[in-house]
Design a protein around this ligand. Structure first.
Ligand code: 5AD
Length: 342
């Protein structure tokens, strides 16, 4: 077990059998988490970076079968924020100590390329010491270039699964694996700090698909990797599918830390949703980022990607003091910093 971990950390390749043993075998999980934590501490010490998440629109033209804000969900209440509302969220966030703002939303054509560029420009002008991260889905390369020129620093676009046949089971025919991957390559080439990521326990996922995710990460070398358990949403075709497991998700976080020692890896909201201590356990398995919600309280419930999505308490920016305490209890400390990759 330890020899496998050492080989991984040294950049060596593992066979399918070896990967399978680490992902689902009877190996010592705690040892795996501890080794990932050691690697994390080597590069980042005990620092935990916070990102203020602003969910700017719940309109989406896509129809991902797992997601609660998919186009076909006629029961979803939709909202979009104005520039003024978004700036007010960031102002509040800056006061609380956030130095990264993440603007995330469904693929909403109402928010045009220029609209987003203006917003990014205004935020970077007002907060030159802050990073702006966009997470607005698949766009033409030109849009990404315009946003990068406007000052956006980072872009999050989870690949969702690195296996094409599996991708096709999670998405309708118009949403192709090829386009997703092309977007990721474009983002990195343009110069964004780029984030990929995937769900653990998504419907039809096999261990081989998770192995493909890890091999993809090793090859693509993203700066950021978001990993969370799949959680069913009652108004989607996957409403009756089982939720992803806590242990499997923590395992994937730890393996990702070993593969990408310098990556920024959030302890995701989904992880905090399936277990009261999920976020802390994520940090102790190699994660080094948390992303509290800075959206206006009045709309938070409507950004419903999955059932019971946490958006209050320590998941909320107002809960930052409580979050700092539980991060400290877990052995780390929240810092006021842009939190760029080392
Ligand atoms: N369970 C867990 N994660 C989900 N996401 C979307 N729907 C779900 C769900 N039902 C994740 C996707 C997406 C990110 C914004 O949220 O990975 O990229």
């Amino acid at each position: 077990m330890k020899d496998l971990i050492d080989r991984l950390a040294a950049g060596g390749e593992l066979s399918d059998e070896e990967w399978r043993f680490l992902i689902e075998g009877s190996c010592d999980r705690q040892l795996l988490f501890d080794e990932a934590d050691k690697v994390r501490r080597r590069y980042y010490g005990t620092e935990v970076y916070i990102r203020g998440l602003v969910e700017i629109s719940s309109f989406c033209k896509n129809d991902c079968l797992y997601c609660g804000i998919r186009r076909s969900n006629g029961s979803a209440e939709r909202y979009r924020l104005s520039k003024e509302e978004i700036c007010a969220c960031c102002e509040q966030g800056y006061g609380l100590g956030f130095r990264t703002f993440v603007l995330q939303g469904g693929e909403d054509s109402f928010h045009t390329t220029e609209w987003v560029a203006d917003l990014v420009f205004a935020l970077k002008e007002k907060y030159p010491d802050c990073a702006v991260t966009l997470s607005l889905g698949e766009k033409p390369r030109r849009d990404y270039e315009i946003w990068h020129q406007a000052g956006a620093d980072r872009y999050l676009l989870r690949h969702e699964t690195a296996s094409r046949p599996h991708y096709e089971k999670l998405h309708p025919p118009g949403q192709t694996f090829q386009n997703r991957m092309e977007c990721l390559r474009n983002l990195r080439e343009i110069g964004f700090q780029t984030g990929a990521g995937f769900m653990v326990g998504s419907p039809f996922q096999q261990t081989d698909d998770l192995i493909a995710d890890l091999r993809f990460l090793r090859e693509f070398q993203p700066h950021m990797v978001g990993i969370g358990p799949f959680i069913p949403h009652h108004d989607t075709p996957f409403s009756a599918k089982p939720q992803g497991s806590l242990e499997r998700t923590l395992t994937m976080v730890a393996l990702t830390r070993l593969l990408l020692p310098k990556a920024l890896i959030p302890a995701t909201t989904a992880l905090g949703t399936i277990h009261p201590k999920g976020r802390e356990m994520g940090l102790q398995a190699g994660a080094n980022v948390v992303m509290p919600n800075l959206s206006p309280v009045s709309v938070r419930g409507q950004y419903s990607l999955y059932d019971n999505k946490a958006c209050t308490g320590q998941e909320a920016a107002e809960g930052l003091e409580a979050l700092k305490k539980s991060v400290a209890q877990a052995g780390y400390r929240v810092v006021v910093d842009r939190g760029d990759a080392r």
